[in-house]
Design a binder for this molecule. Structure first.
Ligand code: GYE
Length: 326
């Protein structure tokens, strides 16, 4: 039975829920048929280079750890993530991990997982649930800190200059933890120089195409843009296309700060089209597998596990690029 259920999982969640009534056996906690730890992972989607690197890393590290990974891509839709998590509960996986597309609206499904005694690990993005017993741990970056690093660079860049600095902000997916926190950290940091003002802010949904169209609108509606702050590389790269099409020089006429440091972003940074990148590492796989092993064994894990990250100038990007894995 278990084998049948797992095969069904590959073909889709509908098939899985159809099989749910057939009695999945009560082998919960004993791993897959061959004793492997079964990890259900619900990914946000494939919106950016960061996400693709994150997915690859999780798949590779699950294989390296000898786990059975049930991977589900939600196409950026919360209802699909909820359906995927429900599917994992029905299949009685050992551990559920997911990267929540937005912060709110998770309490009910997290409660269902808890009632089914399946530990949950938040990966990359946070939820706003007040009851922190609904998940075991949250592994990922400090997005407020990332926003602060971006803002601090800008404050330094204009230190001692008494001129207005008009900033446009391309924000990530509305309601997502990285969009909320990167906005917040940046806004806090730029308070240090009252000349720096955010003149326009809009979401580009973390996507390159949206970054381009929103930047086109910014350029049309707003003269004198000095700086673009984009919540990820992809939106910044889309915006570069719009800036060049408008006959301006990215990195010079308009300074650009982004977050992530994926290869395409680092290449643009090395070429001087982006001025500064705050790193956000997508390589969470190894830590996720270690945490999954521990929660499955009933060991205590810290409530919060932070990823270590740095920042890059064009010179640093040139030096780092040859060894960049993603
Ligand atoms: O910065 C962005 C991606 O949640 C940290 O999501 C992640 C963000 C990342 O689409 O590129």
């Amino acid at each position: 039975m278990r084998v049948k259920m797992m095969a069904a999982a590959v073909t889709g969640l509908l098939a899985v829920s159809a099989l749910a009534g057939c009695g999945g056996g009560d082998d919960k906690g004993s791993g897959g048929d061959d004793g492997k730890l079964v990890l259900g992972f619900s990914q946000v989607g494939a919106e950016s280079g960061w996400r693709t690197a994150n997915t690859k890393d999780i798949q590779a590290e699950a294989a390296a750890a000898g786990f059975e990974l049930k991977f589900s891509d939600a196409g950026g839709k919360q209802e699909q993530q909820i359906a995927a998590i429900r599917g994992f509960i029905t299949q009685k996986v050992d551990v559920i991990a997911f990267s929540p597309v937005v912060t709110s609206g998770w309490d009910a499904v997290l409660k269902e997982a808890k009632d089914a005694d399946i530990p949950v690990i938040l990966t990359d993005r946070a939820v706003d649930s007040q009851d922190t017993s609904l998940y075991k741990t949250f592994l990922g970056s400090d997005f407020v800190e990332e926003g602060k690093k971006a803002g601090n660079w800008l404050v330094k860049e204009y230190e001692g200059k008494n001129e207005p600095v008009n900033v446009v902000e391309l924000q990530g997916t509305t309601g997502s933890a990285p969009a909320i926190d990167r906005q917040k950290g940046f806004a806090e940091a730029i308070k240090a120089n009252p000349n720096i003002k955010i003149v326009k802010a809009q979401t580009g949904d973390f996507k390159r195409a949206d970054g381009k169209t929103v930047m086109e609108q910014f350029l049309q509606s707003t003269p004198d843009i000095d700086v673009l702050y984009a919540h990820n590389d992809d939106m910044g790269l889309g915006a570069i296309e719009a800036i060049e099409a408008a006959g301006k020089k990215p990195g010079k006429d308009i300074k650009i700060i982004t977050v992530d440091a994926v290869k395409d972003g680092m290449t643009a940074l090395a070429a001087g089209k982006i001025n500064y990148i705050v790193e956000c590492s997508p390589l969470l796989g190894k830590q996720l597998m270690d945490l999954a092993k521990k929660v499955k064994a009933g060991e205590d894990v810290p409530q919060r596990v932070l990823t270590e990250e740095t920042t890059f100038t064009p010179e640093q990007a040139k030096a780092a690029l040859p060894d960049r894995k993603y």
